[in-house]
Design a protein around this ligand. Structure first.
Ligand SMILES: Nc1ncnc2c1ncn2[C@@H]1O[C@H](COP(=O)(O)OP(=O)(O)OP(=O)(O)O)[C@@H](O)[C@H]1O
Length: 274
């Protein structure tokens, strides 16, 4: 099996507005199997556009103007994502790639138990599963993310923000995707809860072998959790390297500037172990 999970080549996205915005410009990178790749850069540099673009989640006025995104499936098949039709893409997004959105924990349905919301994922995407199989799978998922299976009967408002975010991670894990894209998944949480969830994401990807693209403004956080970091500026990746090298030996002037804008980076690195 190849070491690469995703190959992104010469990928560009424009917002067709007046004047046009070249949000992502000629981006190249390879995501390895099982790695956490952090995407860092100032607000508006194109992180979200890139992450959505590779999954073809963008809507007009966004236009993909160049490039290819190839998913090297665990089965050995290479899939050019742009070649998938609407239905194939919908299945692909849940089965192979899942996404945890910014503020996702507020997207849970307030009048349905979290167990029933997780079961819905199986009902739609694994219609052959029986009711008891679905329930067992949900209990297992809730155990995996350390919410606890007994919480399946809880409603979202009965859980803390951190717990709700874990439920969203459970949902993203439900079909055992090979790639999880996380857009500011812990921003709304307090620092301790955030750390605990990050530690868990790191453990889970070792356990299940999925890769993660992790987007945040918070470079110190990325340095802790990522294997490699891509630094974006004005739509381009200006530097991509291991978290250690980005931290100890940044090459690009912009990376240096970004690092110096976080005073806490001058101290010890944090405690999340990769
Ligand atoms: N629907 C849109 N129409 C026009 N321009 C857009 C649209 N969405 C985003 N942009 C522009 O594209 C550029 C990249 O935006 P994007 O949201 O991808 O950046 P980002 O790095 O994810 O920012 P943030 O960290 O604030 O989410 C920005 O200049 C933004 O203003």
């Amino acid at each position: 099996m190849s070491d690469a999970l995703l190959s992104v080549n010469n990928f560009s996205v424009m917002y067709d507005v007046e004047p046009p915005v070249e949000a992502v410009r000629n981006v190249d990178f390879t995501l390895r199997r099982g790695e956490i790749l952090g995407l860092a850069g100032e607000s508006g540099c194109g992180k979200t556009t890139l992450a959505y673009g590779i999954q073809r989640l963008l809507k007009a006025p966004a236009v993909i103007t160049s490039g290819s995104v190839v998913f090297h499936d665990g089965s050995g098949e290479d899939v050019e994502i742009s070649q998938l039709d609407v239905e194939e893409l919908r299945r692909f997004r849940w089965d192979k790639i899942s996404m945890v959105f910014q503020g996702a924990m507020n997207a849970l349905n307030p009048v349905a138990t979290i167990g029933s919301q997780l079961e819905d994922v199986y009902q739609v995407h694994r219609p052959a599963m029986s009711k008891s199989e679905r329930r067992d799978a949900v209990v297992e998922l809730l155990e995996i993310v350390k919410v606890g299976g007994e919480r399946r009967r809880s409603f979202p408002h009965e859980l803390s923000g951190g717990m709700r975010q874990r439920v969203m991670i459970a949902m993203a894990l439900a079909l055992r995707p090979q790639l999880m894209v996380m857009d500011e998944p812990t921003t709304a949480l307090d620092v301790l809860v955030q750390r605990e969830i990050l530690r868990q994401i790191s453990e889970l990807r070792h356990k299940f072998g999925f890769s993660v693209i992790f987007i945040t403004h918070d470079l110190p956080l990325l340095l802790e959790i990522s294997d490699r970091i891509a630094i974006m500026r004005e739509g381009e990746i200006v530097e991509i390297n291991t978290a250690e090298r980005i931290w100890s030996d940044p090459q690009d002037d912009y990376t240096k500037k970004l690092l110096s804008s976080f005073p806490r980076l001058t101290g010890e690195k944090g405690l999340v172990s990769r």
